[in-house]
Design a binder for this molecule. Structure first.
Ligand SMILES: NC(=O)c1ccc[n+]([C@@H]2O[C@H](COP(=O)([O-])OP(=O)(O)OC[C@H]3O[C@@H](n4cnc5c(N)ncnc54)[C@H](O)[C@@H]3O)[C@@H](O)[C@H]2O)c1
Ligand SMILES: O=P(O)(O)OC[C@@H](O)[C@@H](O)[C@H](O)[C@H](O)CO
Length: 365
């Protein structure tokens, strides 16, 4: 039996990636730095993935192995793996460099093929920390459109969208791992960037303005008339700037953006504002979901107030919930030749949010 190692036994690793690799007939080993989670996986021996809307039969995942990343067996599992998946958040990928280097070294000593690693995170060029650390492996990336959630904190069980595919970067030299449900994408950088700047941007609209308006349940915020109206207003702008930047016809990108809005307005997907809004600082990076659309709109001479409001709401969320240093983010914006022209607007909107002005008032000023 072929062997898959999934690093990051969280919602995506357990609920989306594990079912795909099991369907491909691979044995699964989970690695995670969370010792309590690994112990729970070992103790309970199985968990269930069910699907929103109940249209797909729940799947029971069992017969897996689980190790903590600092256990010796973790290196052994990687040394013997046919394929490795990483889903730990983009900001944690670099933490895995030494472990992967150790396993890559052992494989080289044994004359085993190079490791194949798929980094499956929300972010642009998420494999970079591994490449820069000199991990000698075939390193690809995957794009996750599928939402997977953990309904009960104490349980391993998950609920997921019935989303069929994990598209991966098929242009990586030396890549051989062809798995079912993992199509090789010819233009992966284009696809993941469009995904982050469309899906995750719209998710940020709902999460940050939803939190501002006092929502906790994501689907309720997405159907709030003011927030839904803002998404509708952003639909043509986002479709135009993203389509233009990535050479995708407007109508095609318009459908892509509409799908994102429809997904987030689907109340069956019982998501939380917290899960979508947390880690605001990461989401406010220059290449991330809010500041890149803002840059593209500004560079194109488009109206930027609505996008700037989303960024300001993310700053406000970060400030009140995560002790984010808003001035540091604004200073980083100033290092970008286009975004520096938007800093004053974002600051003005942030001040308005701090004064608790309402969303439509802020948009109309
Ligand atoms: N959950 C979703 O619906 C969803 C959808 C699309 C994309 N994503 C992306 O998938 C990735 C994983 O998200 P998630 O929702 O599964 O998060 P999660 O918090 O449920 O799982 C992440 C897991 O990674 C582990 N981890 C972190 N650093 C580690 C390290 N250095 N070594 C080993 N394990 C480590 C954590 O302990 C945790 O168990 C993120 O990049 C997220 O943006 C998630
Ligand atoms: O996973 P994050 O924290 O990068 O972003 C939160 C959400 O935007 C994200 O999980 C989406 O729901 C998901 O990417 C599906 O489009």
């Amino acid at each position: 039996m072929k062997k898959a190692v999934i690093i990051g036994a969280g919602q995506t690793g357990r609920g989306f990636i594990a079912p795909i690799v099991r369907e491909n007939g691979y044995a699964v080993t989970f690695l995670d730095k969370d010792r309590a989670l690994v112990e729970q996986l070992r103790k309970e021996k199985e968990y269930t993935v069910s699907y929103f809307g109940g249209k797909r039969e729940p799947q029971i995942i069992r017969d897996y192995t689980a190790w903590v990343t600092d256990e010796e067996e973790a290196v052994e599992a990687l040394t013997e793996a046919d394929v490795v998946f990483v889903s730990v958040f983009a900001s944690h990928v670099g933490e895995l460099a030494e472990l992967l280097k150790e396993a890559a070294g052992k494989r080289a000593e044994k004359g085993t093929e190079k490791l194949t690693v798929f980094c499956c995170e929300n972010g642009v060029n998420v494999k970079r920390p591994l490449v820069e650390a000199g991990v000698d492996a075939v390193i690809s990336e995957g794009v996750i459109f599928c939402t997977t959630l953990k309904p009960e904190a104490e349980k391993l069980d998950l609920i997921s969208q019935d989303y069929p595919e994990l598209p991966v970067d098929g242009k990586v030299p030396g890549l051989k791992a062809h798995l079912e449900h993992m199509p090789w994408e010819e233009n992966f950088p284009g696809l993941i960037q469009r995904k982050i700047y469309t899906y995750n941007f719209m998710s940020a609209v709902v999460a940050y303005l939803g939190d501002y308006k006092g929502y906790e349940v994501y689907g309720e915020a997405a159907n709030d008339p003011e927030i839904a109206g803002l998404m509708e207003d952003l639909l043509p702008v986002v479709s135009r700037i993203i389509g233009k930047e990535y050479g995708v016809p407007y109508e095609v990108q318009l459908e892509f953006t509409k799908n994102a809005i429809a997904k987030f307005r689907n109340r069956d997907i019982y998501d939380t504002i917290y899960r979508n809004a947390r880690q605001a600082e990461r989401k406010l990076g220059l290449k991330e979901r809010m500041l890149t659309p803002l840059r593209l709109a500004a560079a194109d001479g488009d109206e930027t107030r609505e996008i700037a409001l989303v960024a300001a709401a993310a700053l406000y969320y970060g400030e009140i919930r995560e002790e984010l240093d808003c001035e540091a983010v604004l200073r980083t914006m100033d290092t970008d030749p286009v975004l520096k022209g938007e800093t004053a607007l974002v600051r003005e909107l942030l001040e308005g949010l701090r004064r608790k002005e309402n969303v439509n008032t802020l948009l109309k000023k």
